[in-house]
Design a binder for this molecule. Structure first.
Ligand SMILES: NC(=O)c1ccc[n+]([C@@H]2O[C@H](COP(=O)([O-])OP(=O)(O)OC[C@H]3O[C@@H](n4cnc5c(N)ncnc54)[C@H](OP(=O)(O)O)[C@@H]3O)[C@@H](O)[C@H]2O)c1
Length: 324
């Protein structure tokens, strides 16, 4: 089968379309004929050449050369312990190596694709949708609460704005000038253009801050959080953030998450693959409460271009890769 592999670290040029062995599902896995996958900031972090990356993903060269954690496609075969899916079913979920004609995934990492949701839309959901859904859950949002989403226009942010709205929140979105109309179109009640105004310097207070960028200090965010507010430390600013900046922000988050001020909470979390949450995401799209924002669609052979665009750090929603 054809698959994207990266055998060395570096720019998007290290992504190569190769002829490789078709994977064989083990007893607990589902073999999926991939129809679409999508890129995440994580794919940019694992491929770039940095000492931190080498520490985690292979010192001399990448240990796992597969790419793509999101998948939507058709079940081709199932292992003998798989009970919930059969050949021909349309599914979406989390995998390893979604940028390929076939991939294997565990059944608990997959959900049935709702019939009125396209493969491209379904492939945009898993990782970014889970980061948004599980992060907003950390924020314990109640209807009519004031919620601010910092970094509202990337893969995670566009889901976070819509999921917060579906929970009944009044949403303020932080984005750059060119994305003001986009965040309004997905339901943001208020828009703060970060190129003109710093949300931590305004008088408005929030019950929940979903911080997808973490480019402000503890004190700055504390100032605009209500006394019992929750700041969810979700991300570091996406695929465009430099490694040195990312390390600074992660260190800041680890320190911040230990701090407290009155009853304010700074919550750190790591996403978990959850079938139930994938089903919830599918339902949100099926019901029209969430509309995946797909910025660009590339073919599998164009994965290097897709990665180059993601790495610029200004994706407007998701970047999808389709497999013919
Ligand atoms: N917590 C977890 O378990 C977990 C798991 C996976 C990923 N993540 C995190 O999720 C984060 C976001 O990923 P993503 O897929 O949304 O990234 P992305 O698609 O690359 O989007 C990044 C967005 O950040 C915005 N941005 C950049 N600088 C900004 C600033 N100063 N203020 C406000 N917005 C700014 C950009 O908007 P403009 O174009 O308008 O600048 C862009 O839309 C990543 O940092 C990743 O670490 C967390």
């Amino acid at each position: 089968m054809k698959a994207i592999r990266y055998c060395e670290y570096g720019s998007a040029d290290v992504l190569k379309l190769k002829e490789v062995e078709k994977p064989v599902p083990n007893d607990d896995q589902v073999l999926i004929k991939v129809r679409a996958s999508s890129l995440n900031a994580f794919d940019a972090y694992v491929t770039r050449d940095s000492w931190v990356g080498r520490l985690f993903f292979g010192l001399r060269k990448p240990k796992d050369t597969r790419l793509g954690q999101d998948v939507a496609g058709q079940v081709e075969a199932v292992g003998k312990n798989v009970t919930q899916f059969k050949s021909g079913d349309e599914v979406f979920g989390v995998t390893r190596g979604g940028l390929a004609e076939y991939t294997c995934s565990r059944e608990w990492a997959l959900a049935a694709k709702p019939p009125n949701v396209t493969f491209e839309q379904a492939a945009s959901l898993p990782l970014a949708g889970l980061v948004a859904l599980q992060g907003l859950r950390e924020g314990k949002i109640q209807p009519r609460q004031k919620v601010l989403i910092n970094g509202a226009t990337g893969g995670v942010g566009t889901f976070a704005v819509q999921i917060a709205k579906s929970l009944g929140a009044e949403v303020a979105a932080v984005c750059s000038t060119r994305n003001v109309d986009l965040v309004r179109s997905i339901g943001a009640d208020h828009v703060i253009d970060y190129t003109k105004e710093d949300f931590t310097k305004r008088d408005q207070r929030y019950d929940v801050i979903f911080d997808n960028v973490c480019n402000h200090s503890f004190a700055e965010r504390s100032r605009v959080l209500n006394p019992k507010g929750i700041c969810v430390l979700a991300g570091m600013g996406g695929a465009g953030v430099k490694t040195s900046e990312a390390i600074g922000r992660i260190a800041g988050n680890v320190f911040t998450a230990r701090g407290s001020f009155d009853d304010q909470k700074f919550a750190q979390y790591r996403i978990k693959t959850s079938k139930q949450d994938l089903i919830s995401l599918g339902d949100l799209v099926k019901s029209g409460k969430v509309r995946p924002v797909i910025d660009r669609t590339y073919k599998l052979s164009e994965a290097p271009e897709a990665m180059r665009y993601l790495g610029e750090g200004h994706a407007r929603g998701k970047i999808v890769v389709t497999v013919p």
